[in-house]
Every structure is written in C-alpha cells, then in structure tokens.
Ligand binder design. Structure first.
Ligand code: SF4
Length: 675
C-alpha cells in the first residue's frame, strides 16, 4: 500500500505562532490560561495541560494569571475588559489574518456599510468578528440557501467577508447571489491562504488515491472543511489520531492519502503515518491479538514489556500475553560494540512498539529502535516549537558546516554560519565534542533537521548581559578585560557586556590616546560610574579604581619644597609640571624668571626636567602652584643701588652695581630691566 501525505497539511503559521507564544509563557512562573481551547484539537489541549496550561471558557473565571487570546480572537469589548484587569497579563495571540478581517469589519461598519459574514455562526472566530462589527453584522451560513439571502434587508452599501477557514467556492457563489440584491456590494475574500492551500493540496491528492484519511478534531472547522473537500472526490475518513484508523478501511486499498487540518499537530499525523506504514506489512491478512486480560495488540501500539530473556540476537519480553514479545537485535540502536546482553537485564521494563503480529505462531514482533526514533522526532518537533535547547555530538565536519548526531539515527546539519557568534576558520577542533543548540527547522519527510548553536549562544550572551547589568552596582570596583580601544576611550568587558571608559577616566595621568596606557585583552580594575539597564549602557573608570595620587602628593609635598618634575604641557599663561604620575602643578608665566617672559617656551620646553619651588598646595581643588624663579638662588638685592644717583651713596659707580651681572653673562637682561 502506498501512503502519501498532502503537500500542505497540519499546523498553519497562525496556530504555530499561538502555540509558541503559549509555551514561552509557561516558563514565566505565572499560571497560563487560554481563553477557550487554544486550537480545536484535543491532542494539543492535552499537551498543553501537561505543560500546566489550562483553558477557561469564561473571562470571569480568570484570576491572577497570564491569559492567552487564541488565534480566533475575541470581540473588542471582551479584550478591553481583560486589559483593564490588574491581575491579568493579557497576551493577544489572535492570528494576524484574523485580525485583518476584524479591522475590515470595524472600519467598514464605521463607514456606514452593512457587514455580511460568511461563516459558522457558532464558531468563535465568527462570534468575535460579529463583535468587531459592533454586533450589527449579518451572518450567512455556508449551507443557507437563496431565500435566506433574499430575506436580508440591506442598505445600498455592504461589505461581504468570510470566516478565514471557509471554502472559497461557496463564498464566491454566495457573493454572486448577494450582488443581485446589493449593487454596491464590496466583496473581500478573507479566506486564509493556509486554508486554501490545504484544501487545494487535499483535493489534488484525493483525486489520485483510493482512500483519504483527514487527521484532525471534529471540532476543528478547517479540518471538517478538508474532509468535505476530499469526500466530494474519493472515499474519506476523518480521524482524530492513529487510534481511530480501522484496519478494515485498508483492506484492498492500494494508495492512501493523508492530510491534516491547520490545528492538527504533526506528531498526530505522524502517528497515523507510522501506523499505516507498520500495518502495511500485513495489511488485510493479520488479526489483532488479545492478551489474557482482554487487551488487543495492533501494529503501531506502544506497549510496556518486562525483559525475561536476553540472547545474542533477540530479547524476549513478558507483555502479559501467552507468548513473549520478540525484540530482534536489528530493532535496537546499539552504540559501538555494545551487545544486547550489555544493554538489557532481566526484570527491566521498557516501552516497545508493536511492529507486526505473526498469526501462524501468535508471535508479536516489537521494535525499540522505531519507538526511540519516533520519540526523538517528537522531541525535536517540540524543540522547534518551544525553542528548547538540545544536545548532540559533532559527528562530521563538511565543507558547509557540521553534522551533529542527534541519536536514534537522526542527524542534524549546522551550517557554518550558525556554529558560533564569531568567525571560526576551521571546525575540525569541534569533532567529537558535545554541542548544545536550538532546532530551527525540521522536515521529517525529508529527514532534514537544521540546528543552530549561534542562536543559543546569542541567547546566552543576551541573558548574561541582562544578568550583569542587573547585578552591577554604581561605585563598586570590578575586574574587566579591555576589548577595544578608540580615540574617545576604551571598551571593557565586565561579564558579557562592554562598558565604556572615557579617555578622561583612563588614568590619573594626562592620556593622549588610550593605547598609550592600555592593551587589548589586558585585565583592568574598573569602577562602575553609571548603569542604564534599558540602554545596556555602562560607564566605567579605571582612574577611579586606583588610589588618588593627590593623597600621596598631599603627604609627600609641602609648600616651600623644591621638587624635580617634567614639563608636560606649555600654555600661554605658563607650564604644567608633573610632580608624580597623576599630579601636576602649574608654573605661572610670572614665576618663570626674575625678568619679563613673553612666552613660557622662552624658558622651558615640553619634556624637560626642571626644578621648581612649591608655592602653594590646594588639596581641595587639586592645584599646586610652582615657581621656577624661586627655586634658584635668590639674586642679590640691588634695590638700594640706584643707577639714577638718587641713593644715599652718591659715590657708587655703575660697575659697582652691575659688575656681578656682567660677570654672569646677563648683560642683555639687565639692560632690558634698566630700560
Ligand atoms: S488558518 Fe489561517 S487565519 Fe486561521 S489561524 Fe491559521 S493562518 Fe491564521
């Protein structure tokens, strides 16, 4: 029997998205409740319940929880009421396509149009849509006939829209009828593309098979529509899951088609496919077998057996039936040289998949391998939906990336660009290593799994950043690593996030460029000056993490001391002299010499070592006044020797007064002073 899956089947984007949003909320610590079942599918409802997500039908039942609005949406008054409640966190997962239809209903109603909705009156999507039309819309059910339409009393302008999951043919036919009674009818085909694609694919498949199985819940509108489409073409059964498939349906069937509604999870469809594949072995010839307590076994069943005998080539299990279930060696994943005897021990209980039943000797053949593989696929599918991190071993390096062993014979491909957040030239170093990663794409029919370590690393980095920012305290001193040097400062990694040390905060000393005092990768102590969590901005200071040299200066120097220092900078009004690293004093131009100095560069040069006298230390303002001229021996006081002959001693000559100066080679300056 050939088994074919429709090209478009199962979860649509809207449902996928709503499920993802809901699962994300389960980790928030607050009770999560969906307003109505998230989708019309019992498997999904059960799955969510296991994850702690319940459904409530009435908004008044909600209390202190996160409430998820499902894909169908709700009327605006309900939404508003929920948003007004302080104890509720409202997450609107209404499908964007449904939202668009709601907006059309609201906008056109406001413009004075009559609103006509093609859909099931009782369906929550239609009820919400009715609310968006301010409860003025008329609903036309798909099987309502001409007279029902003729009874509508319409104004001259009307908008005709559809529930997103209706059949297009019926909608367009009804639009034609409506046009006859409403000349200004605006028809907007709001049937979702996902619905149309699934219906087209189902119809196409149905036309080439002997039997169609439509997987999905009877409460699901779109699944029921798929069944209707297929039934018009071939023999069709709608099943909620593998358990509903009757083997009698398959007798004489050569080709069976499978499709699934937009609310049907892939694992349910897969179970049906596996069941069909396994049943394929004996289709139409085998019986089911009853255990002594009355249980029936069928291919595809999952049973629990207790190991009773381990042989080289098979393991026998007690399953409560008159003969043991047989697990052949080739139906077990055995790693390396491991044998069956090393893997299983007597009395151990394990789950097994019933593979086939041999009627002649009533032997039940089971498989562990297929069950493990099936479960692993389910885990991977869930990981795509929930974003859970998975683990696997790097098995092979290929030109475009890395092959990861996902166990149970499944391999994942990690493209080179998704291996790390940084560029890595050679992946050979990773061979044999265990990697954590996210599953980002999965196509089970093609055995294709795409995984990303980069996504996980990015998430880890983001979390680490958040944690670092939250824990940083202004004023504390921490150790960081210099990551980058720029003209305006240095970026220092303080735990997954870079903070900026502005150039003025790099050192107590005057710094021309951060690279003059820092090196990339160097470890430095930094003081946290400012943290702005929402902008992830951190300001740091290396300078302030070190002792203030002014304290040392305050102890080491006093007014009147003669110091030696280096001229660091010359300005028009004087020169700065470094006494010790980080402490500079100013020699004012008037303190450079005993004579008039036009510019400090006439006396000293940058980089020169000089002697100066400390005139004053102002610790409060961190200022030191220096004098070069007072550090030199005091010149003789000639004030009493008047060259103009006004002194008491009229007999003193010019030679007597200036003789020393001439001898010291200061004739020019002395002349200038005279002038
Ligand atoms: S069927 Fe279409 S409209 Fe409905 S939830 Fe899915 S994507 Fe959205």
């Amino acid at each position: 029997m050939e088994i074919c899956l429709a090209e478009h089947a199962g979860f649509c984007k809207g449902v996928e998205n709503a499920l993802k949003i809901t699962l994300q909320e389960t980790g928030s610590g607050k009770k999560t409740i969906t307003l109505g079942p998230l989708v019309h599918n019992d498997h999904v409802t059960r799955f969510l319940r296991e994850k702690g997500v319940d459904a409530a039908d009435n908004p008044d039942e909600l209390e202190n929880c996160t409430v998820i609005i499902r894909t169908h949406g709700v009327a605006p008054d309900i939404l508003e009421r929920l948003f007004q409640r302080d104890d509720l966190e409202v997450i609107d997962a209404t499908c964007p396509f449904v939202k668009r239809v709601q907006m059309l209903a609201r906008n056109y109603e406001q413009k004075g149009y009559d609103i006509l909705i093609y859909g099931d009156r009782q369906h929550p999507e239609v009820q919400a849509l009715f609310g968006w039309s301010r409860r003025k819309a008329s609903v036309i059910e798909p099987d309502e006939t001409g007279p029902a339409i003729n009874n509508l009393s319409l104004s001259s302008r009307a908008l005709f829209i559809s529930q997103t999951t209706q059949q297009e043919a019926g909608f367009l036919k009804t639009a034609g009828e409506l046009k006859k009674i409403c000349p200004e009818l605006k028809v907007m085909n709001t049937i979702c593309k996902a619905t149309a694609l699934r219906q087209d694919a189902a119809a196409k498949l149905a036309s080439g098979v002997d039997l169609m199985l439509v997987v999905g819940d009877v409460k699901s509108s779109n699944t029921c529509k798929l069944t209707k489409v297929c039934r018009e073409i071939t023999k069709t059964h709608q099943v909620a899951g593998a358990q509903d498939v009757s083997r009698e349906w398959l007798v004489g069937i050569k080709k069976v088609g499978v499709t699934a509604g937009a609310s049907t999870p892939s694992w349910t469809t897969k179970e049906v496919m596996v069941m069909l594949e396994d049943g394929n072995l004996e289709t139409g010839t085998e019986e089911t077998f009853s255990a002594e307590e009355g249980r029936e076994y069928r291919p595809g069943d999952i049973i629990t057996g207790k190991v009773v005998l381990v042989e080289d080539e098979q393991v026998l299990f007690d399953i409560g039936y008159k003969s043991e279930a047989v697990l052949p060696r080739n139906e077990v994943f055995l790693e390396g040289e491991v044998t069956l005897k090393e893997k299983y021990f007597e009395g151990e209980e394990i789950d097994l998949l019933v593979l086939k039943i041999e009627p002649q000797d009533e032997k039940i053949i089971v498989s562990k391998k297929r069950l493990d593989r099936e479960r692993r696929w389910k885990e991977l599918e869930e990981a795509v939906e929930s974003g859970l991190t998975m683990k696997g071993i790097v098995k092979e390096v290929v030109s475009a990336g890395i092959i990861i062993d996902l166990s149970c014979g499944i391999e994942g491909f990690m493209p080179g660009s998704l291996v790390d957040v940084r560029y890595i030239p050679d992946f050979q170093q990773f061979l044999g290593q265990e990697f954590s990663f996210n599953v980002i794409e999965l196509n089970r029919d093609r055995d294709k799994v795409i995984v990303s370590r980069k996504q996980m690393l990015e998430k880890e980095i983001a979390e680490q950043k958040k944690e670092t920012v939250e824990n940083l305290k202004v004023g504390e001193i921490i150790t960081g690593t210099v990551k980058r040097l720029t003209d305006f400062g240095a970026f220092v990694d303080v735990g997954g996030i870079d903070g900026l040390v502005h150039i003025s905060e790099v050192s107590w000393q005057r710094v021309g460029h951060p690279q003059d005092v820092l090196k990339v990768s160097e470890q430095v102590d930094v003081k946290v000056l400012e943290v702005i969590p929402e902008r992830e901005r951190i300001s740091l200071s290396i300078r302030q993490a070190q002792p203030d040299p002014w304290f040392t200066a305050g102890k080491q120097f006093g007014a009147g001391d003669i110091i030696k220092g280096k001229v660091t900078r010359i300005v028009n009004f004087g020169a700065f002299v470094e006494l010790i690293p980080g402490v500079e004093g100013l020699v004012h131009i008037s303190q450079m010499a005993d004579f008039h100095v036009k510019h400090p560069s006439e006396i000293i040069q940058e980089g020169e070592e000089i002697e100066a006298k400390i005139l004053d230390i102002n610790m409060e303002n961190k200022r030191i006044s220096l004098s070069i001229k007072k550090a030199r021996p005091a010149p003789r006081d000639y004030s009493s020797h008047s060259p103009q002959g006004e002194s008491e001693n009229q007999n003193v000559t010019l030679g007597d007064v200036f003789g020393d100066l001439f001898n010291n080679g200061q004739t020019d300056n002395a002349d200038k002073d005279q002038q």
